[in-house]
Design a protein around this ligand. Structure first.
Ligand code: IPD
Length: 300
């Protein structure tokens, strides 16, 4: 990791408070998007006809940005809905010291937007605090994460060296741990597909090579929840080529604090090129399997 990433970490006590802030904000935004879904389901498209953004993505992000700005004016903010311009270092409006803390909130206001559109109950709000520059692979890591499973009303959360937990609807924290899988052939593996038709075709060809080597495949439609499913042993592994920092930041720390591994292809750090999440007993085998197909996706 770079010098930027090595900046002073918040103390254990500060991290605990930041984790609570992430949980509160993610849970509030999740309730907001669920409650308003029926009334405000207006859709526009982004990179392709199937890459959608709903009005509620933008409203959810506004709500999250406002809450974080009020609580943490010195942190930078990087949310999916203005990320197209590639800026990450701007301070939230109204602050005088851009990223004075060296920390950035990386936010997906609705992960699983297509599921949200259809009412398929797998979508989440992901709020993570990261050290380093989230646009540079290998130059950042999450230190706090909260992934609110919007329909279930639960929040998966973690902070560095604080373990991984699920906050239930009753407000109780239940510990989360990866599965004890050791055999890839009997492992349940999640994956996902991008929005570009040609890339989806390449991802499907890679999957066709991989599927004979695992128990079965699941495509849930929310990368943030997929990572939390691996964290909780509901999946043994997950891989995807093409997800973004906001899709992975929150789930990444929940997963690693739950005992899982989160890497890229060929042992690289996780990035938009490739993310491989696994229970430790199958990490090596899943990485080898994904490494053997990753070029099918990278090169048209
Ligand atoms: C998408 C979801 C999906 C994954 C896509 C992501 P979005 O995020 O995480 O599971 O397969 O690659 O883009 O667009 O719903 O925020």
């Amino acid at each position: 990791m770079t010098a930027a990433t090595d900046r002073r970490l918040p103390s254990a006590e500060e991290l605990r408070a930041l984790e609570e802030l992430a949980i509160d904000v993610a849970a509030e935004a999740a309730r907001f998007v669920v409650e308003r879904r029926a009334a405000e389901l207006q859709v526009t498209t982004k990179s392709s006809d199937v890459d959608i953004v709903t009005v509620m993505d933008s409203r959810s992000q506004e709500l999250i940005a406002a809450r974080l700005r009020a609580a943490r004016p010195r942190d930078a903010f990087f949310g999916e809905e203005e990320a197209a311009d590639g800026r990450t270092d701007q301070a939230p409006p109204g602050t005088t010291e851009p990223a004075g803390s060296g920390l950035t909130w990386v936010v997906d206001p609705i992960d699983g937007t297509v599921n949200y559109l259809y009412g398929f109950p797998q979508y989440a709000v992901s709020v993570a605090l990261v050290q380093g520059d989230p646009t540079v692979p290998g130059a950042w890591r999450p230190v706090v994460g909260a992934v609110a499973d919007a329909v279930a009303g639960r929040v998966h959360h973690a902070r560095l060296r604080g373990g991984a937990w699920t906050r239930t609807v009753d407000g109780a924290d239940e510990p989360v741990h990866v599965s004890d899988a050791t055999d890839l052939a009997t492992s349940l593996v999640g994956t996902g597909f991008g929005y570009d038709a040609a890339k989806r075709g390449r991802q499907a060809r890679a999957l066709a090579e991989l599927i004979p080597h695992v128990r079965d495949i699941r495509r849930g439609g929310s990368a943030a929840l997929d990572l939390c499913h691996v964290a909780a042993g509901r999946l043994d592994g997950y891989y995807e080529m093409g997800i973004n920092p906001w899709d992975m930041a929150g789930g990444w720390i929940v997963l690693t604090e739950a005992g899982g591994t989160c890497t890229g292809a060929q042992g690289e750090p996780p990035s938009s090129d490739c993310v491989i999440a696994a229970a430790p007993g199958i990490a090596e085998a899943l990485t080898r399997a994904v490494d053997s197909v990753v070029d099918l996706v990278r090169h048209p």
